[in-house]
Write a protein that binds this ligand. Sequence first.
Ligand code: CP
Length: 320
Amino acid sequence: MSSFPAHLLSVRDLTRESAIKILDTALELSRSSDGNIKKLPTLRGRAIVNLFYEDSTRTRISFETAAKRLSADVINFSAKGSSVSKGESLKDTALTLQAMGADAVIIRHWASGAPQRLAHSGWIKGPVINAGDGTHEHPTQALLDAFTMRERFGSLGSGLDGLNVGIVGDILHSRVARSNVFLLHLLGARVRLIAPPTLLPVGIELWPCDLSYRLDQSMNDLDVVMSLRIQKERMDQGFLPSEREFSRHYGLNADRLSMLKSGSVIMHPGPMNRGVEIDAASADSEQSLITNQVTNGIFIRMAVLYLLLAGIPLKEVAHS
Ligand code: CP
């Protein structure tokens, strides 16, 4: 595929064609996993490094699962407990991993732009995949979210044309929101960000989306309501009067779920602050696609690894 990038650093590196290629490949891989083929030999003998400078449950484990389902060897590196605590730089860590034979590096870092630095430095020779950098981007999360929406509302080969998606809450600190806005727009969805003014970033008017300060007025219009985690660890100022106040205006609860159109769904990238941005009844409701998102994360990450590292037709792989 000519338009597929060498790395996956940002959804803004994708064309509509390459984004749909990832979604279609993930669908094909999910069908292989449903059937008899649990493990594909595609990446046998390749070493994939999970380089995590920030905590993660879903992203790290699903990348590991995805790589193993493609028969790759996985090296898990967590900054905690490594020589990073002795002051080792990103460069020296990367050079060490390269010297050990890393074929691809999946990086999560607290600094926005760290994956770009790694990809363009020459320290790592293979593909670099952004697993979340600071408040910048989380491209595989947006892809798995789009896959989950398409699974419910779309079809093979298509985008998400005309779908109305609301993203609610802490937009300011959310790399998930940024990646989703640009990817969903690319795929033809209409995106509305719903948040208090203090939780919207500077320059938001340049993003391809609408804005609203009121959730209740939007609920009835939306096909998908995506609630975001309040990122307490990135808040060192008074962004919110109180969690209770935020929850009253922006939290998903039974009353708000009853305002949804029939067939509409709710999503959350996780981890959730139950009782703050989403209550337990909503998270565990029939309208919730939260566990589907987690499952689909494996297929999207398999597709990304496959397309960046293998690039041979899937049908041939399945029969090799
Ligand atoms: N959604 C997400 O990135 O979750 P983790 O932080 O657990 O990886």
